[in-house]
Design a protein around this ligand. Structure first.
Ligand SMILES: C[S@@+](CC[C@H](N)C(=O)[O-])C[C@H]1O[C@@H](n2cnc3c(N)ncnc32)[C@H](O)[C@@H]1O
Length: 101
């Protein structure tokens, strides 16, 4: 196991299709609050699509309900995904599963 720090929008030394699973807990949400949020979110999701293997899973924990996030996923992943989402507990925390097909 390798422990490293890098910009998730540009993971320069990470080869294509090398991960089975990416876990994102509030990174996507954080980028939505950034100055250049739409570009940052696009860049992040493009990197997820690049680094995940076929059938890889992008697991996102977000405070936003799924309908507030779907259009961003659909823009980048298009038909190359299957989304499952569910609400966790009584809070506003939602989890999204995205399987890149
Ligand atoms: C809301 S915090 C969530 C931290 C942690 N995952 C948690 O749930 O407690 C967002 C995190 O994203 C990191 N972050 C922001 N922009 C990033 C980027 N471009 N690449 C990688 N990490 C980033 C921040 O440093 C921060 O630790």
């Amino acid at each position: 196991m390798i422990d490293t720090v890098m910009d998730a929008r540009r993971m320069e030394y990470v080869p294509d299709q090398c991960f089975d699973l990416v876990v994102d807990k509030a990174l996507l949400d954080a980028l939505f609050c950034s100055e250049h949020n739409l570009k940052d979110v696009d860049d992040l999701l493009r990197e997820m699509l690049r680094v995940l293997k076929i059938d890889g899973i992008y697991f996102v924990v977000s405070h936003a309900p799924p309908n507030r996030r779907m259009k961003y996923f659909q823009k980048i992943f298009g038909n190359a995904m299957e989304i499952q989402s569910f609400k966790v507990g009584k809070s506003l925390i939602f989890s999204l599963f995205i399987a890149v097909l």
